[in-house]
Write a protein that binds this ligand. Sequence first.
Ligand code: NAP
Length: 456
Amino acid sequence: MAYQSTNPYDGQVLQTFAQIDAAQLEAKLQQASRCFENDWRLKSYAERATVLARAAAILRERSQEFAQLITLEMGKLIRQSLGEVALSAAILDYYADNAERFLAPEKLSTRGGEAMVESSPIGVLFGVEPWNYPYYQIARFAAPNLMAGNVVMVKHASSVPQCALAFERLMQEAGAPAGAYTNLFLSKDQVAQVIDDARIRAVALTGSEAAGAVVAARAGQNLKKTTMELGGSDAFIVLEDADLDKAVKHAVSGRMDNSGQACTASKRFIVVDALADRFLEKFQAALETFKPGDPMDKQTTLAPLSSAEALKNLLGQVEGAVAQGARVLVGGKRIDGQPGAFMQPTILTDISKSNPAYKEEFFGPVALFFRVADEDAAVALANDSPFGLGGSVFTQDIERGKRLARRIDTGMMFINSGAASSPELPFGGVKNSGYGRELSGAGIQEFVNKKLIRVS
Ligand code: NAP
């Protein structure tokens, strides 16, 4: 697992980084553990908040610099990279402002004496993070846990080492003591070793089901708590009373933002018969307007996928779906004449239940389209998935939308919009999409010791 920055737009290798060796890893574990025991856990909320708020301010002051690094390493459109930097800053501020309130001691009513539950930090946490939102994913893990008094060690994806280092430097510059936030360039074997280490108290992973299964199993053997934020194949349901133009607008951004490489991207478009043809016509027309180009250029509307490998996998999935009877309504091929790994915005229809595509996650700009008779059929199809991350429903009858949302087996449902992440909204899924929550008040409760103190 080489840590290598490659520009997805032109395939140019920018920089490579060595994995750390055993002695360096041991030194970093010692430093993190010392920092937790002798420094960070002893600080007040206000002291920790000063560091996080400063980090947020630096992100905002130098947003261009941070955003360019994202675009350079994973190919996101520069305007979306700037959006990610702003969201990461908002998450840091949100926990700086609210952590003390979220973790305030709770007095219990009990017979005789006094009882309370206090939230104390548990120690050194280990996060394994993906490349698709290189700062946001880390902010989601680091901000609540640092504010809770834990210290964090992060193994970032091997394709975004410059972003990984930039975030570590950011925390240092913001005044975090050495060991509060540590970046680790690790091999997969070293990941297992870190999970086994007694100084690591819990593990959080965001990534694929495959990685989640390996990391959760290892942590389980060590009786360590985990949170798993894994893949998704979110349903995007359009009912007959939907505002069609609004639904199409969100369908396009839901499938195309980040070139479709988001866990909560809208992936399965389930439209009732009455609107299906008109939806499809407008959706197709909108997808045909995307223009590939350099993601650093503000005029570009279609960014490359994160790597040549990602494109190969996606094309393989499309070919597999077609071989089993799916029809390509639009797209379906790589875009030639561009240096990077560009995929045509694609719509697949006629996907039978036996087609592998029916249950797979498509991590790129490929929409799976399903036509259904009515609301009940839409719910049944949406739930017929191994995943349960998010989903959307479009209807002008909000109460109907809420009733339908309650019937969908996912961690998040959005009425009349695609999925959107915000610091105050809990993020996470059920089924093979994982367990646990990040963000909001829920996200800070995952790795704290809810300690009972009883006075008789
Ligand atoms: P991935 O391969 O699982 O990588 C994620 C992280 O896990 C990386 O740091 C990777 O390291 C590490 N990793 C992979 N296999 C490992 C193993 N056997 N042992 C230890 N570490 C391992 O994920 P991806 O394909 O890059 O990212 C896309 C997936 O993540 C999609 O399924 C997407 O839906 C999901 N995702 C979920 C969320 C969420 O919040 N639910 C958010 C974003 C993405 P290397 O890079 O070094 O291989």
